[in-house]
Design a protein around this ligand. Sequence first.
Ligand SMILES: Nc1ncnc2c1ncn2[C@@H]1O[C@H](COP(=O)(O)OP(=O)(O)OP(=O)(O)O)[C@@H](O)[C@H]1O
Ligand SMILES: [Mg+2]
Length: 616
Amino acid sequence: MEELKKIIIFSMPFLKRRMPLIFAGLISGFLFGAFNGAYLFILKAAIDNFSAPTSHQQAISSTEKTSKKHFYQKVMDQLGRWLPKANEPLDWKRICGGILILPLIAIFRGLLRLLNSYFMTLAAAKIVADLQSAILSKLHSLSMDFFHKSTTGDLAIRILNDTKAFYDSVSVLFTDIAKDPITIIAILFSCALIDWRLTIVAILLVPGCIVPAITLAKKAREASMGIISYSVAQSNLLFESLSGIQVIKAFCLEKKNVETFRHQANELAKHAAKMSIAGTMVSPMIDVVASFALSLLILCVIWQNISIANMAAIANGAILFFAPIKRLADANVKIQEGAYSAKRLTDLLDTPSTVQEKPNAKAIKTFKKQIEFQNVTFNYGHETVIKNLSFIIPKGKKMGIAGRSGAGKTTLTSLLFRFYDPVSGSILIDGEDLRDLKIEDLRNMFSLVSQDVVIFNRSIAENIAIGKAGASREEIEQAAKQAGAHEFIEKLPQGYDTIIGERGVKLSGGQRQRLSIARAFIRNSPILILDEATSSLDSHSESVVQQAIYQLEIGRTVLIIAHRLSTLADCDEILVLDKGEIVQRGNFGELLAQEGLFRSMALHQGIATTLEGVAS
Ligand SMILES: Nc1ncnc2c1ncn2[C@@H]1O[C@H](COP(=O)(O)OP(=O)(O)OP(=O)(O)O)[C@@H](O)[C@H]1O
Ligand SMILES: [Mg+2]
């Protein structure tokens, strides 16, 4: 019950949007349930007509004088006139009724079932589609810290498998849970009117169905948790293996990987088998209880001398009665399976985004004056990575950042993009706190060229156009020319339409870097961030890419991070970071002239000796 509640609460916002479909499904389900009761009445009336009442039954019916029984009797009499009767001539009414009433009921019943199933399945499918979109949109809205904590495999399983498991539970919730309780009530009501004693015998056996249903559902839930955890592990392994295939081959990890995958697949199969057993055992176990009920009914009929018509109607009722009970028990198993997935989805949808846009966020379209860090402190969770940092980058200037690996340089750029917010202090653009600005506007202020170029599995032209939505072919070619990429693109088999494979494997490091510079050109943002843009390139590629970068820097405010200190020679100011703190600041010459981290790094790179003259 708790699980059912969870699923209903979770799906409520999605249910609301699909109310007309659900309403149509509920009405058809309700009518379907009611028709099951009608079917029993007609069956009883038909058999009653077939045999004369016994003296015992006549005695009983003469004592039953309540208005309800009277009405029931009237209905049965009316119905009896439309059915063939023993010892009475067959008129057209009895012939038509005899031939048509039962098939008509069956047609209506079938039609209602079809409508119920159609509306409810459609509603469930649409709800799951809404849910999948909501999850994807939620994922896009989440801040970077969430992605550092999650694995790709886990997120993929949530979007694909968990929504599917949730779909299964929502569809049974709609088709069976909405319809079957009404069916059960209608059948019980009809049976009680026909013969309450036999009905009580059938009801007494219901707990015999509930116990296996609950036990098996628990088993299904455990199996479902196992399935999900192994699916996540498997999908993580798959993502890692495929994206890191080169490393796997280089370290000869293929065999080990396949073994791990096989182990996971075996565990998955074990849990899937357990789940299947739990699911399929429900039905036979309830069949046993139902057969027991039938045997008891036969005993009662003989013992109490009950009419064949009542016996036939109640026996049919018992069959009709146990069918929805069976479906409900199956549904319970499915709900248990879906409940764990629903929990995983709720957890995801409830995850707050640490970086959020304020409802009244301000637009910012132009960069006028400066970027300012005011006493900014930041950590990724534990250790402080940026400590009380304050500096200003005026418009049009070039600010360099130097420091050892892990000093917090890239973290600074992440704070500028608002991938994270500072723990204390603030970052201002033209006097406006980043947290008060529209996130899209803010990110449009920057172009990032970093060491790690992400190439999408699309054409070269599309890869460049990522920098600006809706860019024309002329703009794309112009940007490529400025980035020094046009020549090598022209030489590719389909030029700008060449599809570059996943992670751009068909391009060299220098070519990829030039594409990323072309993206920055086409984006045409006022502020350029260069994070080790050339550090992975050989000296020839570096000089080609560097020329393109110089072009890109013209007329822009630049924040440049570089290990190779010579790249910072023309900066207006350089900040030297150590463990998140500014330990030195000044221009290239000043820093070389000072004793300190910068000079010692420069000495290591063989720069200080050659440039000391410049410094002094
Ligand atoms: N996503 C993250 N989660 C937790 N810690 C992180 C994360 N990213 C970076 N760090 C930590 O923050 C510190 C600063 O990292 P950052 O990437 O800013 O250094 P960096 O100066 O750019 O180094 P490098 O020169 O090697 O690129 C490091 O100690 C690093 O381990
Ligand atoms: Mg870095």
